[in-house]
Ligand binder design. Sequence first.
Ligand SMILES: NC(=O)c1ccc[n+]([C@@H]2O[C@H](COP(=O)([O-])OP(=O)(O)OC[C@H]3O[C@@H](n4cnc5c(N)ncnc54)[C@H](OP(=O)(O)O)[C@@H]3O)[C@@H](O)[C@H]2O)c1
Length: 258
Amino acid sequence: MSEQGGRVALVTGSSRGVGAETVRGLVRRGFAAVINYRDKANRAEALAAELRAEGGSVLTVRADLTDGAAVGRMFEVITETFGRLDLVILNASGGMEREVAADYAMTLNRDAQLGVVEAAGRLMGPGGRIVFVTSHQAHFFRERAVPDAYRPVAESKLAGELALRELIPDLDHSGLRLTVVSGDMITDTITVKMLERAQPGTVAAREAGAGSLLTVQEFSCAIIAAALDDHSPTGHTIYVGGADYLHGPGIDGTEGPR
Ligand SMILES: NC(=O)c1ccc[n+]([C@@H]2O[C@H](COP(=O)([O-])OP(=O)(O)OC[C@H]3O[C@@H](n4cnc5c(N)ncnc54)[C@H](OP(=O)(O)O)[C@@H]3O)[C@@H](O)[C@H]2O)c1
């Protein structure tokens, strides 16, 4: 598993779903990987054990990304363990949880993303890559209708994407590149189940528009391909699924479908 020459990847929020599948793909391509999780230690450890049994190098770190001190400790552990970081996949996302503060979605999906990038930048060298994972409903929030239950998530993820884009000149200066990967709804994910519960019919409406929903595997493969594409310019957006979203320009002016 040395194909990546000792390269190290951090995938935030990777104990389950898209994040977990992205870690699997990266480790199987030879990356050492950091599995970050908030609560679900057993799930994170089970994934780490699975990948170590295949010969992978994996570190699990609990850190709620909205807790700056916890993020600082996570980077200390990464530094002590690997001493480098080459790839950060900003996958962790939230805002539909019950009993969270009114500004929680913005705190996680915008402010915490900036905090992770700032801390990661101190450990990453030229050639490093940051991938922001988002949804079409967030990326196109200003242009397309969004189910009410998802509005705080969509609005805050778009704010996060735009705030990260503002960092591009500073990232350039450090030799780091940003890629945005935006996907349509993904079948059988917790988010989509929560959306369907909050607004029955949401999935059927999306299937009618898209033909079929994405799978976790399809989306994570696209994230990995984007992360490994050495030719895509910084700020580039990769769109995955949902061709009906992609008529006309995206918020960064790039054309779809891709
Ligand atoms: N699901 C979709 O239909 C869809 C469509 C397009 C794009 N996406 C994007 O794909 C990414 C992953 O989606 P998903 O559906 O796989 O998400 P998910 O199942 O809801 O998983 C989110 C992950 O983020 C972690 N997380 C949540 N709050 C956190 C915090 N404060 N600190 C650290 N980690 C935190 C969770 O950790 P714990 O498990 O430990 O709580 C979990 O592992 C997101 O960026 C999402 O916007 C999803």
